[in-house]
Design a protein around this ligand. Structure first.
Ligand code: GLY
Ligand code: MN
Ligand code: MN
Length: 463
């Protein structure tokens, strides 16, 4: 009976730790680094807790064809383990091992089709788990691990099928109460602890984020160099993603390449139109490297020269980005960057005659939203829109060293906006960079890429 399965029984039928000094993982972060993260999380959870983290589920695209697999960011953060059909269980203070991984067993036939698996042996040897078991044993073993723990940390609602399984295991423990079993009685949101850890990037993580940023910078440069009137948006996308792949990276999100009026569609995905002479092209694309995202937007003239209106709006977006950047330092509210960007944009739109009336009235009534309907940034890390609270106790949280976020103001004047002079219509511009908060201020991870209109024109003149 599973419930009777004691900690000692479990230890005896599993793979014991075989090496005291496990190898580095594919991320370049040694397995001890992951062990430290798990320890820290367990310390936060307390000794009477248990934490359960399933791998991302493989998703079917069409019959027996799958979407490319991407590991769950939380599991990745805590293990660097890349395979599906795995579950990490953390059991703080457990004598026979605290970090347990359930994963697929080695299988020469399946591996001949789909590539190598680590197996429970590899999970211990290469990934530094205290112990590992075949995933097929999860059903039998997990109730025994839940028993006697008072709190369960889990991400409820992410995977409905797994939610039901967890409830089933809990019910198995509850059914044994008269035999003396003690079922957990508190269920807590795992993100409450883990998101805060992930929000603050370590030196090792920042190295990977800088690499992702550098690859993206190179890719954007390649696209600007490939620009010419008549090119298709997908040709520029291909150029960007060629550079990503060249460096063993992939898109962190669907690349957006919008020429002319398409730049005004915030989540434009078709990437199929032709860029005409005189168009601006907006490219929002970032590489994901070893799980870490970057997120860059640049807007450039397809023929290499901004016209007067394009340049005026591009300068204004640049000024808004600088105003937001000036707020990037420890102790300043996260929200201050957005407020500064909105003020700069509103002032500039008034000067250009695109808004009318007083600055106070325009700010108070939010008239800039006609041309700028999104926020000025987001946390970035393992997820492009990374985890972490933006507000604490109802107030914007203060910036601290180690946080990384984007600054991405923009202006979008729809091609059919009859309320403005024709010369402004169909111009969409965003400038986006990735910013680390340091002890004294900030470091722009994506700083090496041409940003101002002059810098972009100079780069494009090299074509
Ligand atoms: N590329 C998504 C974003 O900028 O937030
Ligand atoms: Mn972004
Ligand atoms: Mn972006």
């Amino acid at each position: 009976m599973a419930i009777a399965c004691s900690a000692r029984d479990i230890a005896s039928n599993s793979i014991e730790r075989m090496t005291a000094n496990p190898l580095s993982t594919a991320t370049g972060i040694p397995s001890q680094g992951y062990a430290r993260r798990r320890k820290q999380l367990m310390r936060m959870a307390g000794d009477d807790a248990i934490l359960v983290l399933p791998a991302a589920v493989e998703r079917i695209r069409s019959r027996d064809t799958h979407y490319p697999y991407r590991q769950d960011s939380d599991l990745w953060y805590l293990t660097g383990f890349p395979e599906p059909e795995a579950v990490l269980v953390l059991v703080p203070g457990r004598k026979h091992g605290e970090s347990l991984l359930f994963c697929r067993e080695r299988d020469p036939d399946r591996e001949a089709w789909n590539g190598p698996r680590s197996g429970p042996e590899g999970a211990v040897e290469q990934f530094g788990m205290d112990d590992a078991y075949p995933i097929t044993d999860l059903d039998e073993i997990l109730p025994g691990l839940l028993e006697g723990r008072s709190r369960v940390y889990y991400h409820f609602g992410r995977d409905a099928e797994f939610d039901l399984k967890l409830i089933g295991w809990l019910n198995r423990v509850r059914a044994m109460v008269r035999q003396g079993a003690q079922p957990p009685h508190e269920f807590l949101e795992l993100g409450h602890l883990l998101d805060e850890l992930r929000l603050f990037k370590s030196k090792g993580e920042l190295k990977l984020m800088q690499r992702a940023a550098d690859i993206s910078v190179e890719a954007h440069r390649a696209a600007m160099r490939a620009a010419r009137p008549g090119v298709r948006e997908y040709e520029l996308q291909a150029e960007i993603e060629r550079v990503f792949r060249m460096h063993d990276a992939e898109p962190a999100y669907g690349s957006i390449v919008g020429a002319g009026g398409n730049a005004c569609v915030l989540h434009y995905r078709a990437n199929s139109a032709q860029a005409k002479d005189g168009d601006l092209v907006l490219i929002d694309a970032g590489a994901e490297y070893r799980g870490y995202a970057s997120d860059i937007t640049r807007t450039f003239p397809i023929n290499g020269r901004f016209n007067k209106e394009q340049r005026a709006l591009h300068n204004l977006v640049g000024a808004a980005q600088q105003a937001a950047l000036a707020q990037a330092k420890p102790g300043v509210a996260y929200e201050a960057g957005h407020t500064a960007a909105v003020e700069t944009l509103t002032e500039g739109l008034l000067q250009l005659g695109l808004l009318k009336g007083s600055l106070e009235k325009n700010l108070g009534e939010g008239h800039y939203k006609r041309f700028y309907r999104h926020k000025t940034g987001h946390w970035i890390g393992l997820d492009v829109h990374d985890v972490g609270e933006y507000r604490l106790d109802g107030e914007s949280r203060l910036l601290e060293p180690g946080m990384v976020f984007t600054i991405e103001p923009g202006l979008y004047i729809a091609p059919d906006d009859k309320s403005v002079a024709a010369k402004w219509r169909g111009i969409g511009i965003r400038t986006e960079d990735d910013v680390l908060v340091t002890k004294d201020g900030y470091r722009v991870l994506t700083d090496k890429l041409a940003r101002s209109a002059d810098e972009i024109e100079a780069l494009m003149a090299e074509r």
